[in-house]
Design a protein around this ligand. Structure first.
Ligand code: PRP
Ligand code: MG
Length: 175
């Protein structure tokens, strides 16, 4: 398990009861980083993709090198008030309160085949909002791709219920 074994778990961070899955230990390892990007890029090698979209901030670390490896452009989906040109935004729920992500209105053309990438899916709220933004602009989600899925939290099922295909390199379930 070259990927999962390199992900560190920090118990009770950021709050008591949360098992934080920390990818910094994966990223700092040359084979870990290489394998992560390569395994994702290989999966989409023969798939029609126009753009790779990554979600700020950890989704940038994974998404941009995947786009580079596939020879495609990269679209950043950013937290609110970070993008300088005209944007489209969506609010999404956090455990406490809400947040907002935005995309430039000229980032996606109607009919674009978009691979959506983030490091982790938990509730799926972030990815649902990001996928919604892409679809609002006429883009089609090829797949929602993550390094880590936490199936107990239900995000994958939530996205699949919306009709999205979901892929993750590894899962942490009941551990
Ligand atoms: C984390 C993680 C995902 C999201 C998953 O990001 O990187 O983007 O939460 O949670 P969800 O499936 O319940 O929506 P976070 O908002 O902590 O910000 P970061 O990537 O900037 O660290
Ligand atoms: Mg994130």
């Amino acid at each position: 398990m070259p990927i999962k074994s390199r992900i560190r778990t920090i118990p009770h961070y950021p709050r008591h009861g949360i098992m934080f899955r920390d990818i910094t230990t994966l990223l700092k390892d040359p084979l870990g980083l290489y394998t992560t990007i390569q395994e994702i890029a290989n999966r989409y090698d023969v798939v029609t993709i126009d753009k790779v979209a990554g979600i700020e901030s950890r989704g940038f670390i994974i998404g941009a090198p995947v786009a580079y490896q596939l020879g495609k452009g990269f679209v950043p989906i950013r937290k609110q008030n970070k993008l300088p040109a005209e944007t489209l935004g969506r609010d999404y729920q956090l455990e406490y309160g809400s947040d907002r992500i935005e995309i430039h209105v000229d980032a996606i053309q109607p009919g674009d085949q978009v691979l959506l990438i983030d490091d982790l899916i938990a509730t799926g709220g972030t990815a649902e909002a990001a996928a919604g933004l892409i679809e609002d602009m006429g883009g089609e989600i090829v797949e929602c791709c993550f390094v880590i899925d936490l199936p107990d939290v239900g995000g994958r099922a939530r996205l699949e219920k919306l009709g999205h295909s979901v892929f993750a390199l590894c899962e942490f379930e009941g551990e």
